[in-house]
Design a binder for this molecule. Structure first.
Ligand code: SF4
Ligand code: SF4
Length: 195
């Protein structure tokens, strides 16, 4: 097992990353929001031994970061946490950033969401809220460190959740463009969500 992973957590029946994420790998291309064509009915991978490199190396933030609450397993919470590296323009310094994708309306009620977001903001990690667009379309992400500064400082959980709700509503009202991955027609590659 990857030594960077939280030892007590496993994917179990979750396959959210095989549906929610765009994959742009020479061996597999799939737009976000479409279930991978290799995903099995029990959510396992039909080509596990030969799965693309992108799939071999990807683990979500719930698998990687201990401070993301245990209750936020993506399939149970509707929250998909991802890590990303930010490069500072002037110095080239690299910083870890975290993206919380709110996959559905229920995600705002996920136990541990406010606490996990607050932990990131409180630690000075760049934190983004991402709201996906319709399958095959772009979504919207917003940095929320500044908006949550006071609420995190005063440990005001209702205010944290109110801000997350406001950001999600705003992001949902933004226009969504068709995604620009150089993938072939989605119908030949993937099935719609929950197919
Ligand atoms: S989203 Fe995370 S927990 Fe779910 S299958 Fe992917 S890596 Fe595992
Ligand atoms: S190839 Fe397997 S691991 Fe990769 S997205 Fe498809 S089902 Fe998931």
């Amino acid at each position: 097992m990857d030594s960077d992973l939280v030892a007590t957590r496993s994917c179990g029946e979750c396959n959210v990353c095989c549906v929610a994420l765009a994959i742009d790998d020479p061996a597999l291309q799939k737009p976000q929001g479409y279930r991978c064509r290799h995903s099995l009915p029990d959510n396992g991978c039909g080509i596990y031994e030969t799965r693309p490199q992108t799939c071999r190396t990807f683990y979500c933030g719930w698998r990687r970061l201990k401070w993301i609450r245990e209750t936020l397993r993506p399939d149970k919470s509707g929250v998909l946490v991802r890590l990303h590296i930010e490069v500072q323009g002037d110095t080239g310094d690299q910083h870890l950033g975290v993206i919380f994708s709110l996959l559905n309306a229920a995600s705002l009620k996920a136990d541990g969401l406010a606490e996990s977001v607050a932990a990131g903001v409180g630690a000075g990690v760049p934190v983004y809220v991402h709201v996906p667009g319709p399958p095959g379309h772009t979504g919207c992400h917003v940095r929320i460190n500044e908006a949550l500064h006071d609420a995190v400082l005063t440990r005001d959980k209702p205010a944290v959740l109110q801000t997350l709700r406001r950001v999600r509503n705003m992001a949902r009202s933004m226009p969504h463009e068709p995604a620009t991955l150089p993938f072939r027609a989605p119908s030949t590659l993937a099935q719609p969500p929950n197919a």
